[in-house]
Design a protein around this ligand. Structure first.
Ligand code: PGA
Length: 255
């Protein structure tokens, strides 16, 4: 199965999010084999987007989650509250949160713990910056990111886990990684996850300037379980191309 995750970031209001979700449902009409599609609007639009997706195959995800269960945490949104609004997925540790909002590994671990406790599927983002890759340290860096994120996290509830390999230099730049590099990094991530006993329910996806034109090059690889899409998920024709590529790959696998 392939998973397409749309990260709309802080771009759409409620009405725009609803319109975008309706557009996504329209492009799925008539398709017999579908990837898993996860739409991640802003918190403010989750409830309304849920109304659009509720009787469809489309899943709802959030872009972040508070690390605490409930209580005096002004401004936070808990995993239970996300579950309550119908979100089953949550993006954790996106590089924009790590760099702009100084999220460290301890906080990311706490977010993972809260996510598992509520029975949601985490989409943990990892990835190196350009300087780390130039130094040849990207493999060790990403493996360490995975290990640190899961340090102390109880993963025994058998929940699904998605790890998104998102090299920072490829996000929003129009320059995606090469499929061969993505495959190499996915292998590193799976090796790291094996020692955490996650392997049988781990999905590894790629993110970073995925669009309607290049999506097939990633999705056709059996080791790439899907894509995490930012900018192109806001353009319905690009998103249609990405969904179409996933449908082509799934149909070919079934032959
Ligand atoms: P992009 O963003 O597709 O615009 O590169 C991906 C992401 O930030 O998740």
């Amino acid at each position: 199965m392939k998973t397409i995750i749309a990260n709309w970031k802080m771009n759409l209001g409620v009405r725009e999010s609803v319109a975008q979700a309706r557009g996504v449902l329209r492009i799925l009409q008539g398709k017999e084999v579908l990837p898993t599609i996860v739409l991640c609007p802003s918190f403010t639009a989750l409830a309304e987007v849920r109304k659009v997706t509720v009787r469809s195959h489309v899943e709802l995800g959030a872009q972040n989650v508070g690390p605490n269960h409930a209580g005096a945490y002004t401004g936070e949104v808990s995993a239970q509250q996300l579950e309550d609004v119908g979100a089953h997925y949550v993006i954790i540790g996106h590089s924009e949160r790590r760099t702009r909002f100084h999220e460290d590994d301890g906080l990311i671990s706490d977010r993972l713990t809260a996510t598992f406790a509520a029975g949601l599927t985490p989409i943990l983002c990892v990835g190196e910056d350009a300087a780390t890759r130039e130094r040849g340290e990207h493999e060790a860096f990403v493996a360490a990111q995975v290990m640190r994120a899961f340090r102390g996290v109880d993963v025994s509830n058998r929940a699904q886990v998605i790890i998104a390999y998102e090299p920072i230099w490829a996000i929003g730049t129009g320059t995606s990684a090469e499929p061969a590099d993505v495959l190499a990094m996915h292998r590193i991530i799976r090796e790291a996850a094996a020692s955490l006993k996650l392997s049988d329910r781990l999905h590894v996806v790629y993110g970073g300037s995925v669009d309607g034109t290049n999506a097939y090059r990633f999705l056709r690889e059996p080791e790439v379980d899907g894509v995490l899409v930012g900018g192109a998920s806001l353009k319905i024709h690009e998103f249609e191309g990405i969904v179409g590529a996933a449908c082509d790959v799934i149909a070919a696998q079934q032959l």
